[in-house]
Design a protein around this ligand. Structure first.
Ligand SMILES: N[C@@H](CCC(=O)N[C@@H](CS)C(=O)NCC(=O)O)C(=O)O
Length: 231
């Protein structure tokens, strides 16, 4: 990768990746200038593995010799180099936010299982129940304000914006509401859906692209998605 400009952070991403969205949301909220290049995951460039031992996006190129992988670590780094902080000041609250960010990564992993791995209806239903259980834990954690615990946007909100996009997919495409009975989480998701940074993290036509991306897999979710018309 030699297309490197020393003044601007360079994010290597994928147009639909939820982990990349987290980083874009943090960059936008922190007002950090950056350049974004999306790659094809079916046809990864050779240099990706040389720069990232996990061979995944997001990857943040910082300068000619320094790179970061893992979305939560990248977001923490961006927060630290910025003049404002998107974490609470109080150490225990900050640690709690980090714990719930890790919890959100677990939810994203479950959605990845639905998209790629769960081939039978039984395993699909089991994963869906696991997601619902995690979302119920969240509901009991939040206060009902616009964002996670307050009216201010924090780094944790950057983590959940992409999760609620998947929730929206189930509601809008499959008519399945993962947030039924979760009033506070519904309110939080609605605020995140309208946040400009969250909107900017994905391309125009995202919903249609996500549908096509899901439908091309060999999973139970792909099958049932194909049985519904594209939105
Ligand atoms: N734990 C990583 C997960 C990143 C991840 O799973 N990225 C996916 C795209 S959404 C990827 O690059 N997959 C390529 C592959 O697994 O080969 C993070 O938080 O950055």
């Amino acid at each position: 990768m030699n297309d490197f400009s020393p003044d601007t952070l360079h994010l290597i991403g994928h147009k639909l990746c939820p982990y990349v969205q987290r980083v874009v949301i943090a960059l936008e909220e922190l007002n950090v200038p950056y350049k974004r290049t999306d790659i094809e995951l079916e046809n990864k460039p050779d240099w990706l593995e040389q720069l990232s031992p996990i061979n995944k996006v997001p990857l943040l190129l910082i300068n000619k010799d320094q790179y970061l992988f893992e979305s939560d670590v990248i977001c923490e780094y961006l927060n630290e180099i910025s003049s404002i902080s998107l974490h609470p000041k109080d150490p225990i609250q900050k640690a709690q936010h980090r714990a719930w960010i890790a919890f959100g990564s677990g939810i994203l992993q479950l959605f990845a299982n639905l998209i790629y791995n769960d081939k039978s209806e039984a395993s699909y239903q089991k994963t869906l129940q696991d997601i619902k259980q995690k979302l119920s834990f969240l509901e009991n954690q939040i206060t009902g304000s616009a964002y996670f615990t307050s009216t201010c946007f924090h780094l944790i909100d950057a983590s959940y914006g992409p999760i609620f996009r998947y929730v929206d997919y189930f509601k809008n495409h499959l008519n399945y509401d993962l947030l039924s009975n979760l009033k506070r989480t519904r309110n939080w998701a609605a605020h995140l859906r309208n946040r400009p940074s969250v909107i900017r993290a994905v391309p125009k036509g995202y919903n249609d692209q996500l549908y096509k991306f899901i439908a091309q897999n060999n999973s139970y979710l792909a099958q049932i998605s194909l049985n519904k018309p594209a939105l």
